[in-house]
Design a binder for this molecule. Structure first.
Ligand code: DC
Length: 229
């Protein structure tokens, strides 16, 4: 059977990566978390002192150093999911911390960062058989994807899910700052000039505010079966 391309876009912390990972595992496709790639670029900036104390980015230096950023994914045998590597180092846990989340949207808004990551993402999906989640997968990275889904949920529900995730990892955070961070990221992601977060015209919309993880998984699996029938 021909392997298709599946694009899952949506707001931050709406559970799209959980759905995407579960589907990929179930159907034997590759899963790529494109947000992890922008998080890796942001961590690189932090490590190289390219984010100034006022939060602004040393854009000139970043542009010069872009060729030094190598992002890859390798399967983690114990979780069964791919971990992100920045220049050969496993940064899967590091890139999920609040300090990276706080700086990632301005980094992801830079056109030369997007061009580099988009090219890598298109290369990863050249053969099909991929589930990729992000903000612009159905609109800019794979506009011809056979299945496009746009996921959303209410701000408060997304903040609570994110808070639970951070706390489960032992990170201290409070509801208000998590909510403020995700609203600010959505604002920057939706209003940037290049490849802003928006629903592709041919995307199926899923508001998962009141769905359980197994219900979402089932919904997505059914859509996949329809597309490949
Ligand atoms: O999905 P996430 O929260 O890990 O994404 C991190 C940031 O990266 C998010 O603020 C927006 C950006 N992003 C993007 O601009 N384009 C993508 N395809 C994926 C993520």
């Amino acid at each position: 059977m021909k392997k298709i391309t599946i694009a899952i876009d949506g707001h931050s912390s709406c559970g799209k990566s959980t759905m995407a990972k579960d589907l990929a595992r179930e159907i034997g496709y590759i899963y790529i978390d494109s947000g992890a790639m922008y998080r890796c670029c942001t961590l690189f900036c932090m490590q190289r002192g390219l984010i100034r104390p006022d939060g602004s980015i040393d854009v000139e230096s970043l542009q010069r150093l872009m060729p030094e950023i190598q992002v890859s994914f390798r399967l983690n045998a114990s979780t069964g999911r791919p971990d992100a590597y920045l220049n050969g180092v496993n940064v899967e846990e590091r890139i999920r911390k609040m300090d990276v989340s706080a700086h990632v949207s301005p980094v992801a808004a830079l056109p030369f960062v997007r061009a580099a990551m988009t090219a890598q993402q298109q290369e990863m999906g050249r053969e099909g058989g991929i589930v990729m989640d992000g903000r612009d997968i159905g609109t800019a990275v794979f506009p011809d994807a056979e299945l496009k889904v746009f996921v959303t949920a209410s701000d408060e529900i997304r903040a609570q899910r994110r808070l639970d995730e951070l706390r489960a990892k032992g990170e201290e955070a409070d509801f208000e700052s998590v909510l403020a961070n995700l609203r600010e990221r959505d604002r920057i992601d939706s209003t940037r000039a290049v490849a802003p977060l928006r629903q592709a015209e041919d995307a199926l919309v899923l508001d998962n505010s009141h769905l359980t993880i197994p219900e979402q998984k089932q919904w997505l699996l059914e859509r996949f079966k329809e597309r490949t029938a």
